[in-house]
Ligand binder design. Structure first.
Ligand code: URA
Length: 206
């Protein structure tokens, strides 16, 4: 039930807002649990909140977020259609990379989000998010190729901020995004065949 999942997600967001599991809570303005429908088919997982996300309490609201919105529009979607979150829910100071113990401390939050949303596809944005699901690979080799990881279908993409810093990534990210509708379409459950029609009852003549 969507109402139950939404309520569970609100409860979870409240817990994440209070989180003190790692040092990042000491320097953040607020944590950023993520947002979107609790029954989204696509879950986008970025790296961690930046300056604007930390101030607003919402994921991907800065320049990388605007590019992510453009990418979503390219496949006929908007933010409202997908769930967007991060590997770490609190901003690393000066936007440094999240540290392994911070990612580990945040792991249970993302696990619970996965359990509630049960997304058809987890789209990882950037190296840290990819490593959280597919350890030991390099993003340049595996981006744009979906793979099963346990119960999940994971689709690694470069981080949208990479396109802002290095234009050569822009078309790679755009091309990868365009594969997503095909992946979702391939997952559509096959309509069950019509059940055999009951034979019309013959009025008994005897
Ligand atoms: N970059 C991220 O990885 N996450 C955000 O929420 C914003 C920028």
């Amino acid at each position: 039930m969507l109402e139950d999942a939404t309520a569970e997600m609100q409860q979870l967001a409240g817990e994440i807002k209070q989180c003190t599991r790692c040092r990042l809570h000491e320097t953040r303005t607020q944590s950023v649990p993520g947002e979107g429908p609790a029954d989204a088919r696509l879950l986008f997982v970025g790296e961690g909140p930046g300056y604007h996300e930390d101030k607003q309490g919402r994921p991907f609201v800065g320049a990388a977020g605007r590019f992510l919105e453009e990418l979503l529009a390219s496949i006929g979607m908007s933010r409202a259609d997908v769930f967007i979150t991060n590997v770490v829910k609190s901003r690393p100071p000066q936007n440094r990379d999240p540290l392994p113990d911070e990612i580990a401390a945040c792991r249970p939050w993302l696990n619970r989000q996965l359990e509630i949303i049960k997304p058809a596809v987890v789209v990882t944005l950037g190296r840290f998010s990819m490593e959280r699901f597919i350890p030991g690979v390099t993003i340049t080799r595996v981006h744009g190729q979906e793979r099963r990881v346990g119960d999940l279908l994971v689709f690694p993409m470069f981080h949208p901020a990479a396109a802002l810093h290095q234009p050569k990534y822009r078309s790679l990210i755009e091309q990868d995004m365009l594969k997503i509708p095909g992946i979702l379409a391939g997952l559509q459950p096959v309509e069950p065949a019509d059940p055999p029609k009951a034979l019309p009852q013959q009025p008994s003549l005897f």
